[in-house]
Write a protein that binds this ligand. Structure first.
Ligand SMILES: [Ca+2]
Length: 214
């Protein structure tokens, strides 16, 4: 329920965008790291962003709607051929340019709506990759980028890694974002996708499941 409510505050992105220009003093950056919730480091256990709708094992909230956020619909309880279990994520993009941006995307954040202005995130030190499964309703849906990290602000992500552009297929495919050698000590933006109207003039329907740090 909480996650559904986060849709209503998508506009927060606009206000928070102004904050990304500021860089954090080193001292504060250190303190934000210290406050990040510790995730086991020596033998990293799989740490999920999404497995099933409302699973207690899910982390991060899909709260950071970007660009033409009015073009998006998000269903975290989609039952249309999930990759695992009973549910997957369904994202519908209309490409109507509701906000005039010509692109859109969603950041999964911790806590919800955190664009780097508050402490939070997870210490994912020890993870070597983020894996996820994705498919398109028709195949050929073009995703400019899938990303881990990269949120700036006063308490920024400690690093980032991305893959893309990627053209989805109609069947589920597994994708991997390599995180070896990355500083994962403070990750508030656990996962993100971005796509443009230029690449998808008629929008798209895409599905995502089993988003897991490993
Ligand atoms: Ca699932």
């Amino acid at each position: 329920m909480k996650k559904v409510l986060s849709l209503l505050v998508a506009v927060v992105f606009v206000a928070s965008a102004a904050g990304v220009a500021f860089s954090a003093p080193a001292q504060k950056r250190t303190s934000s790291k210290a406050k990040a919730e510790k995730v086991e480091t020596s033998t990293f256990k799989p740490f999920a962003i999404y497995l099933e709708n409302a699973s207690k094992d899910n982390h991060y909230a899909p709260s950071g709607w970007m660009g033409d956020f009015g073009d998006l619909k998000l269903n975290q309880a989609c039952t249309e051929t999930p990759r695992s279990g009973n549910t997957c994520i369904k994202i519908t993009y209309s490409a109507k340019m509701t906000q005039g941006a010509g692109w859109t995307g969603i950041f999964w954040q911790q806590p919800a709506n955190n664009w780097g202005e508050k402490k939070g995130g997870y210490d994912l030190t020890g993870a070597t990759k983020l894996t996820f499964w994705a498919r398109g309703a028709n195949g050929g849906e073009k995703i400019a980028e899938f990303k881990v990290g990269g949120i700036t602000g006063e308490y920024p992500d400690s690093d980032s890694s991305a893959i893309g552009p990627i053209e989805l297929t109609k069947e589920w495919q597994k994708y991997t974002i390599d995180l070896t050698g990355k500083d994962l000590s403070h990750i508030i933006g656990g996962f993100c996708f971005a796509a443009s109207k230029d690449d998808n003039p008629n929008g798209f329907i895409i599905y995502i499941d089993d988003v897991i740090f490993e």
